[in-house]
Design a binder for this molecule. Structure first.
Ligand SMILES: Cc1cc2nc3c(=O)[nH]c(=O)nc-3n(C[C@H](O)[C@H](O)[C@H](O)COP(=O)(O)OP(=O)(O)OC[C@H]3O[C@@H](n4cnc5c(N)ncnc54)[C@H](O)[C@@H]3O)c2cc1C
Length: 460
């Protein structure tokens, strides 16, 4: 028997998940004059970037570092207003980013619905008619004309019957997860000098205190498999019982604009129990992560110059998921497309960010494949955000249609932002034309983004 749930709202565009992709999708669609609702399980926008404390926005590794987004420019203006990012906007304070995204949404007329979980999908034929939401008010439906799955894990697409892949094709295991944190109370010049001098003493590098560094003034990072400036310090901590092996597996810190005594940590990282769609694994990461964070804090306080008064300022509310599901879309970007730096007519995003699989990559042979030396980057085509088999569902963000290897590159924030913006604009075009999303011309989506101010490199 089908339950008749009350209808919470009927929108033109329903954005499922208010992370980076969802926020950009919502702003883009609302600025086209559509009635837009964003549904988000937590109490803020930005998802992994804000609640997951992920800074910085990675460089595209292209000459002009094109962001392929007009909203990105408005966002940086907002962040600068709160003195919470550098001039390029790639280094930022994740707390202020929450506010900047909210302001852009509210100004565009987006309706936000927080603390609400998307639990189901209603369909007629190949059309999604509504999603089922659960919150303190009970279970309700949200109806819409076009739905955008920006859940990061492709929850809505899967509930709508879409196919997907998940994890390394050789093992089925997802990329490692992390529980990021921020420490306050650090004497940054002293900590920077410590890391810089260790890099010089050991000759191993991996740490710098450099105002001209592209990301940050103080950077440190290394992996257990390759000795780096602080390896001896982690080994000593493990030998004394103050640290555990997992503490040195992956370690990375960045300074945060606007926080003179703060450092953002891209760790601890987990290589076991990492099924990103298994709630038990997510819980284990939270439990193990918090213990590791406080264990590391006590060690730094005692041994790392500059960390004497450090304290935990924030622990990520959500487990940092690098990769979970990749949704089956009209076109799935292949590893060969990425390696060969393939170009597509319906491109909305350009990137040359490298393959970035943490831990064990799978064996991918690119023998005999030539790169595009003249235009060294790959394109993300519109068809890779059109969910296969569903007429009115787009997928944006880290779970768009791409092979595992490709996802490891396009998961970074610039492409996630661009995919949200493209999805928001395409959704409006589909509504206006009264056609399924797959019939929208991706070239027109890009042209609309350009007319609004998105930048690209060396277009034909
Ligand atoms: C540890 C780590 C380090 C990283 N480092 C970098 C870096 O240095 N630079 C860089 O550019 N990128 C980095 N990335 C990648 C990048 O941050 C993410 O890929 C990107 O932020 C993902 O954005 P998204 O919008 O696709 O997904 P998310 O930000 O995960 O957004 C999904 C949103 O949907 C919500 N949601 C999910 N399911 C439901 C549901 N059923 N109901 C309601 N709401 C739901 C979530 O709460 C969330 O807000 C890193 C990622 C991780 C995990």
């Amino acid at each position: 028997m089908k339950t008749a749930y009350p209808v919470y709202m009927e929108a033109d565009v329903v954005v499922c998940g208010g992370g980076t992709a969802g926020s950009f999708a919502a702003i883009a669609a609302a600025e086209q004059g559509k009635k837009v609702l964003v549904i988000e399980q937590f109490g803020s926008l930005g998802g992994t970037a804000t609640l997951g404390l992920v800074t910085p926005v990675m460089h595209t590794y292209m000459r002009t570092n094109p962001q392929c987004s007009y909203i990105q420019k408005k966002l940086v203006e907002k962040q600068l207003k709160y003195a919470s990012c550098n001039a390029q906007g790639n280094m930022f304070d994740p707390l202020a980013l929450r506010l900047a995204l909210e302001e852009l949404c509210v100004e565009a007329g987006v309706k936000l619905l927080y603390h609400t979980y998307i639990a189901g999908v209603e369909k007629e034929g190949d059309t999604v008619t509504a999603i089922r939401i659960v919150n303190k008010a009970g279970e309700q439906l949200v109806k819409g004309k076009v739905f955008i799955d920006a859940t990061g894990d492709g929850d809505v697409s899967v509930m709508a019957g879409a196919g997907y892949t998940k994890g390394n094709p050789e093992t089925g295991i997802n990329q490692p997860m992390s529980l990021r944190y921020i420490l306050g109370g650090i004497d940054i010049p002293k900590a920077g000098e410590f890391m810089r001098s260790e890099a010089l003493r050991t000759g191993l590098g991996g740490a710098s205190c450099d105002p001209d560094h592209p990301y940050t003034t103080l950077y440190g990072g290394g992996v257990a498999s390759k000795p780096w400036a602080l390896t001896e310090w982690f080994d000593a901590g493990i030998a004394s019982g103050e640290l555990e092996e997992m503490d040195k597996a992956y370690w990375q810190v960045f300074t945060i604009p606007g926080r003179k005594d703060g450092l953002a940590f891209n760790c601890p990282e987990f290589f076991e129990n990492i099924d990103a769609t298994n709630p038990d694994d997510l819980t284990i990461s939270q439990l193990k992560g918090k213990k590791a964070i406080f264990r590391q804090l006590m060690y730094y306080r005692k041994h790392f110059p500059g960390f004497e008064n450090a304290y935990v300022a924030e622990i990520s509310a959500l487990v940092g998921i690098r990769e979970s599901r990749e949704i089956q879309t009209e076109y799935v970007i292949s590893a060969v497309d990425l390696y060969a730096q393939r170009k597509f007519d319906d491109m909305f995003c350009q990137s040359n960010y490298p393959i970035d699989v943490h831990g064990k990559a799978h064996n991918c042979s690119f023998d005999g494949i030539e790169k595009d030396e003249a235009r060294p980057w790959y394109d993300i085509p519109y068809r890779s955000i059109v969910v296969k088999g569903v007429d009115n569902l787009l997928v944006a963000g880290r779970c768009l249609g791409a092979e595992f290897i490709v996802q490891s590159s396009l998961r970074v924030q610039h492409s996630v932002r661009s995919s949200g913006e493209a999805a928001g604009i395409a959704a409006c075009m589909a509504i206006d034309a009264g056609v399924p999303a797959r019939e929208i011309d991706g070239k027109k989506v890009r042209e609309a983004m350009i007319s609004l101010g998105a930048d690209y490199q060396d277009l034909d």
